[in-house]
Design a protein around this ligand. Sequence first.
Ligand SMILES: [Zn+2]
Length: 641
Amino acid sequence: MFQYQTPPIALRNLQAASQRAAKLWAPPPDLTISEWADQHRQLSAESSAEPGQWYTSRAEYQRGIMDAFSDATVQDVVVMSSAQVGKTEILNNVVAYFVDQDPSPMLCVQPTLEMGEAWSKDRLAPMLRDTICLRGKVKDPRSRDSGNTLLHKIFPGGHITVAGSNSAASLASRPIRIVLCDEVDRYPASAGTEGDPVNLALQRSANFWNRKHGLFSTPTIKDASRIEAAYRDSDQRRYAVPCGDCGEFQYLSWGQVKYQDDDPATAAYECQFCKARWNDGTRYRAVRLGRWQPSAPFNGTAGFHLNAIYSPWVSLSSLVKDWFAAQSSPERLKTFVNTKLGETWEERHEAQTNPQLLLSRCEAYADEDGAPTPVPERVVILTAGVDIQADRIEAEVIGWGRDEESWSLGYFVIPGDTARTEVWRDLDELLSRVWDHPLGLKFRLHAACIDRSYNDAMVQRFLRTTVNRRVFAIVGRAGAVPIWPRKPSHAKGSVFYLVGIDAIKDAIGARLRLAEHGPGYMHFAIGPNYDLDHFEQLTAERKFTVYHHGFPRREWRKKEGARNEALDCRVYGYAALHALYASGLRLNAESDRLGRMLAQSGRTRAEVQAAAPAAGPGEPPPPPPRSTPARGPRIIGRFAL
Ligand SMILES: [Zn+2]
């Protein structure tokens, strides 16, 4: 007869060791994360509006996202979502599951260390306390022998390390199997000088064959959003829900949210197939019956997109109310698109900067009597911007009047190999050209800027032939720097000016939107080179918000593949005006002086024109008859070349 006997001590130890070993080598548990959460997870009173037992079915879409983390075929999980869809609890469940069921080293990254501490204290700690199966696994940091802190918690078989994306030191810890990065669109471009914080964090898991990565975020600006880029590389799952009336599955989109008489209380969701209107209750039931559908092939990355229309915690009337409030400013509209719709915000040009519209605004310049004129009467200063390409030189000549109202006088494309001298002779001819002013005056360029970034040797060679003509070699410099520097820069025998192009592009962007002639307005001439292509180039760059070291910064970026020489030439031409300011030009004073001289002369325009002799190219304008000797050149004053 079998009699139970207490095994000897040695045997007992062996059994315990083999049990531990069995646990260590056990295959991953069969529970999915949603099953685990439905069995074990308790929501804490201080962090949840609905404390107590967790139900995945409360927001059914959570099931697919959580279970992707316990799916052995998935390595990366990307969640691009609006706020208020339960993202934080999804992340918490993933953490809790791995503590309880599949212990592993884990890294949780928040945008800053402070936010990491707040998450650890306000979200993680209450969960560890209130979810019974987790109790005792992670010791309370307040107990003396816990060895645990807010940023580092150990448990049998693993640890949770909390990091801030702004702290390279916190990201570079020991090897990690589970890397969870929250709010990645709020991370700086580089953690200190160490590079992309997401890459730094993910590198920690390189040695784990069964590594898991989770990226979560509300998106930000289109084409500058980390989460959007990661989602695009995933299998792009969206959540389809069936209509209670016709049964058709569909993705919930803002365009189907309808209301009457601008009254949020009338908000309803309209089925895109049978036009049935769903109230909030119908919508919640539809979400409960929904399913995730990928729209790209699976390659190991499961991507999920969610907006607040799916959320059982958001009513349609509150969304419509937010929508109305968002109409007050682009900034609030952007917040709505990011945090309610979970979509990136595309910076749009105002209608006035539509290239087609700019083309339609081109003018034929004429003087007050309607006679055509190459230089409008109110122009007092001429500058040029020059862009060098391998096979051509492009240049724009700009006339400036009071308050920087400007008139394009011509856009020139000089074809030819810029490594050879011929094309530079043509450029010299253009920059030496004499321009006829309707009052019989002769203008020459007061200043010009040439981009030295391409073929600086030839640019410098050209500059030796233009001494004392205020032709400057320049290099564009992004960021918050002045338009014209106090001093030139020197490099390898070249002298050049670092020009603050962002400030110029800001000014041009704003001025292209002006609809009324007057201060700052940019007039364009009807002419062969002012075609649609020109205005497409002029509007080829857009301003994006990007994050550097946690701070948003606005940056001008070119559309992919677009040409932008027309914009460059305009930027350099404006820089040349600032070069003149730096040497003492007062544009409005020059404009006043022209006006006074005309009044004093007491002659009619016709007389001035009749009396003004034509100046040959390359010769200084001779003084008009019956005037003080300084009169003619004085109009362009000390800026006469
Ligand atoms: Zn329907």
